[in-house]
Design a protein around this ligand. Structure first.
Ligand code: GDP
Ligand code: CA
Length: 303
């Protein structure tokens, strides 16, 4: 699966129950260094979700988390805009230590996955530095900020004029990434944010062309339902970047590498427009929080 964070993690949870060999190629454009710690939000969201340890209320971080370390950071006037729970901090401590010892991000991630007894191969798309940077416009004043400053710091409540992936020109795919795409029976593009979750993955050398070579086996799930995202800035960003904010817009954006698009039942009327793009369209229920939908969606994606 080509994946971002929450949307991808929810779908991976279904496959984790039913598929023996499961690989996720995950976005690292959201990664950051804070308090000297290496933080990989999308990797951790996937691990915590598959481990049934994710906070059901927030969708990220751990259930039953406490925030005592953050209280100390606040006390000292430190950077407390990005909340890190006490248990979650242990993950970042471990990752940071392993990276400082010379482990790659993929190696540290595999160790974290093992620590939760998951049978998932979780590959950061690259071991190299890749950072999503967002140009925002505040009453005519433009500035470029990191993805997390945009997403968490500003609560994505600000106009965006451009998105770029710093480091993409030199980032190499992590070992196994391209082979996994080539060897998979089926490649699923998660219902993740096209512009800030999937695009950074595609920006790494060879990923897009390797997917395109498997186009007939690549199936995307639209994160846009009835013209809106279930959560987050996907809809607003698509409009700001000049894309049609609909399942058709997603299908058009992915058409060069994605031969089939799964769209929600409420968007059934859009199927003909998607087929007209040369993309096969499957209409089914895709809201994974609804009873029975996750398992049936996984079934549909495999057949
Ligand atoms: P992030 O990296 O944590 O921001 O999450 P992703 O980029 O992986 O996923 C965010 C997207 O997932 C949003 O655009 C949502 O619309 C989409 N999403 C979340 N849950 C569902 C779901 O149950 N069904 C579908 N179709 N999309 C979902
Ligand atoms: Ca993310």
């Amino acid at each position: 699966m080509v994946s971002g964070g929450v949307g991808a993690a929810r779908l991976l949870r279904g496959f984790h129950r039913s598929v023996d060999e499961l690989t996720a190629i995950a976005n690292v454009g959201d990664d950051m260094t804070l308090h000297g710690l290496q933080i990989s939000p999308d990797l951790d969201t996937i691990v915590y979700t598959l481990a049934d340890a994710v906070s059901s209320e927030r969708g990220w971080g751990l259930e039953g988390e406490t925030w005592k370390a953050m209280e100390m950071v606040t006390r000292y006037g430190g950077e407390d805009w990005f909340s890190l729970g006490d248990r979650d901090l242990g993950t970042h401590l471990f990752r940071t230590q392993r990276l400082s010892e010379g482990a790659t991000l993929a190696e540290a991630t595999a160790e974290i996955v093992r620590g939760w007894d998951l049978h998932l191969r979780l590959l950061p798309v690259s071991n190299d530095r890749l950072r999503t940077m967002v140009t925002i416009d505040q009453e005519g004043a433009r500035s470029e900020i990191s993805f997390q400053e945009y997403f968490v710091g500003r609560q994505h409540d600000v106009d965006v004029t451009a998105v770029r992936f710093d480091g993409a020109s030199s980032a190499r795919p992590a070992p196994g990434v391209l082979d996994a795409i080539t060897a998979a029976d089926r490649v699923v593009v998660a219902p993740s944010n096209p512009l800030v979750s999937i695009d950074p993955v595609l920006s790494v050398a060879g990923v897009r062309s390797t997917l395109a070579a498997r186009r007939e086996s690549v199936v995307g799930v639209s994160p846009i339902i009835a013209g809106a995202a279930l959560k987050g800035p996907a809809a607003r960003l698509m409009t700001e970047m000049g894309l049609e904010c609909s399942a058709v817009g997603v299908a058009r954006y992915y058409a060069d590498f994605c031969g089939t698009m799964v769209i929600d039942t409420v968007d059934a009327a859009l199927a003909a427009d998607i087929e007209a793009l040369g993309v096969r369209c499957i209409v089914t229920d895709t809201i994974m929080s609804e009873p029975g939908v996750l398992d049936s969606l996984c079934e549909t994606l495999l057949h």
